[in-house]
Design a protein around this ligand. Sequence first.
Ligand SMILES: [Zn+2]
Length: 155
Amino acid sequence: MLTRRALLYAGTALGSALGTLGLGRAAHSAAVSASIEQPKTPSARSFVGRAFDMKRLAEKTGDQSFGAVVVRDGRIVGQAPSRVVVNRDPTAHAEMEAIRDAARRQETRHLSGAVLYSSSHPCPMCEAAAYWAGIDRMVYGSAATDGGAPMLGRC
Ligand SMILES: [Zn+2]
């Protein structure tokens, strides 16, 4: 299963690269609209499970051990492992990357109605990003703890 997800991860990276290189919008859209494999039974438990799949992918790539997904209308619309080490980017926490992935795929910076699932409690930076994206709720950890609505300045 991880191999297929690794391919999806690569597809996301390709989408980012195309966008960065300024290639045509059509090519970029095609790359970012690559579908995300959905859990057979959508539930908080399966979404948390995917966040942990992303966490394992982060570990496999030598990155910090975190993963996250963004769910909207019962579907995963963004997912990512931590890319802090791989991208040499201190802001590339899994939650930040999952929010970026969701915004690209949804072609909007507004993710109202979405839920952010994380392998761990989101840090203040990621919670603020979720707030600015309009994400409704945060759920984290293996027990699928309800983290409530994202807020600014909670630290
Ligand atoms: Zn964070």
